[in-house]
Write a protein that binds this ligand. Structure first.
Ligand code: NAD
Length: 358
């Protein structure tokens, strides 16, 4: 059978670091396993346009492996051309780059390696909250420039203690963020999610659920986005919602770029409605060189904590999602039941409740 993997280019780094498993060079460590079983394994980073390897090979692949870090966008159009396709595996977490409704219609299963990088992302979220609240990036840049002007940094630096922090989405990542924030003695921890936390879990972190999104954001000093991208979350944080944020709030989004309106966020930052925006996810990946989030700043010239999409692809995470992909493949080849936690779309139906209320 033909297995197609669209992975990111690892270059010199991947040649030197074999633990960069999620790269074209290191192929999730799957080549000898798959070829040993007699399968054809195509690996490429070429994913855009009709001449890409992705579009060339999707027509007869049975299994597609993609990664959110370099998303091969499997649109409905491509699903319709992919006559042999039976299984899509996301090496990581987050399968919005697959048209999930089309997968349901065409009985293509979609699985991810749930939980594989949730600690990696939760740590990144806490780091991003701290670097915004404490005004870290401009302080470091000042040092590199050879300058030293404490007041210039301190005028916009705060403590996280006694602030209200809220997460949109309190699933695996959102909950881990709340857990990690407990020792910071925040004034309150809030969450907005149509799925309430189990009472014990909510009590363990002392969080309060707010059911109305505007009310939720209006109470937060820091908002962190930790829900999947789907029809109900695309553009959720837009100009209208940003008006309801506390003036000068900080926003961290490591979920998906398209959950936040690109221009509305940049404008809110420029006007001071937001003091900072940080995250690693972009509405298009790789982000174009002139993407406004690369250079957007608050009125004091700081407040930008953007990085390329890497929070969930630490070397620790790569080991976990590479081994998770192999288990999913082994179950598929051996006709074994998949771990239900990994199944986003089963045969003709959504299995998860995380990609929208249906
Ligand atoms: P999860 O399925 O455990 O939790 C998602 C939560 O979001 C669920 O509780 C769900 O009810 C909630 N949700 C869905 N729609 C919502 C809405 N409209 N409003 C509020 N809450 C909503 O998923 P997870 O493991 O926590 O991952 C969440 C997302 O984080 C992924 O789907 C992915 O997009 C992103 N992610 C990013 C990286 C990265 O490297 N930056 C890595 C992993 C995951």
């Amino acid at each position: 059978m033909k297995v197609l993997a669209i992975l990111y280019e690892g270059g010199q780094a991947a040649a030197e670091e074999p633990r960069l498993l999620g790269t074209v060079q290191n192929q999730l460590g799957l080549r000898s396993y798959l070829e040993g079983l007699g399968h054809e394994f195509i690996v490429s980073s070429s994913k855009e346009g009709p001449d890409s390897d992705f579009q060339k090979h999707i027509v007869d692949a049975e299994v597609l492996i993609t990664t959110p870090f370099h998303p091969g966008y499997l649109t409905r159009d491509l699903v319709e051309k992919a006559k042999n396709l039976k299984l899509c595996i996301t090496a990581g977490v987050g399968s919005d780059h697959i048209d999930l409704n089309a997968a349901v219609d065409h009985k293509i299963q979609v699985l991810e390696v749930s939980g594989s990088n949730v600690v990696s992302v939760a740590e990144h979220v806490v780091m991003s909250i701290l670097l915004l609240v404490r005004n870290f990036v401009p302080a470091h840049e000042m040092i590199e420039r050879g300058d030293w002007q404490v007041s210039q940094i301190a005028r916009n630096a705060f403590d996280l203690e006694n602030k209200v922090v809220g997460t949109i989405g309190a699933g695996r990542i959102g909950y881990r963020v709340l857990q990690r924030l407990v020792p910071f003695d925040c004034k309150e921890l809030l969450y907005f999610d149509y799925t309430p936390l189990p009472a014990e879990a909510q009590k363990a972190v002392g969080a309060r659920r707010v059911e109305d999104l505007r009310e939720f954001v209006s109470q937060c000093d820091v908002v962190t986005v930790n829900c999947p991208l789907h029809e109900g979350t695309r553009g959720l944080v837009n100009a209208e919602l940003l008006k309801h944020f506390k003036r000068g709030a900080w926003l961290v989004n490591t979920a998906r770029g398209a959950i936040c309106d690109k221009d509305a966020v940049a404008e809110a930052l420029a006007s001071g409605q937001l003091s900072g925006y940080a995250g690693d996810v972009w509405n298009v990946q790789p982000a174009p060189k002139d993407h406004v989030w690369r250079t957007a700043k608050n009125p004091l010239g700081g407040g930008n904590g953007m990085v390329p999409h890497y929070s969930g692809t630490t070397l620790d995470a790569q080991a976990r999602y590479a081994s998770g992909v192999r288990s999913i493949l082994a179950n598929y080849f051996g006709d074994q039941q998949q771990d239900p936690a990994n199944v986003i779309v089963g045969l003709g139906e959504y299995v998860t409740k995380a990609y929208g209320q249906r």
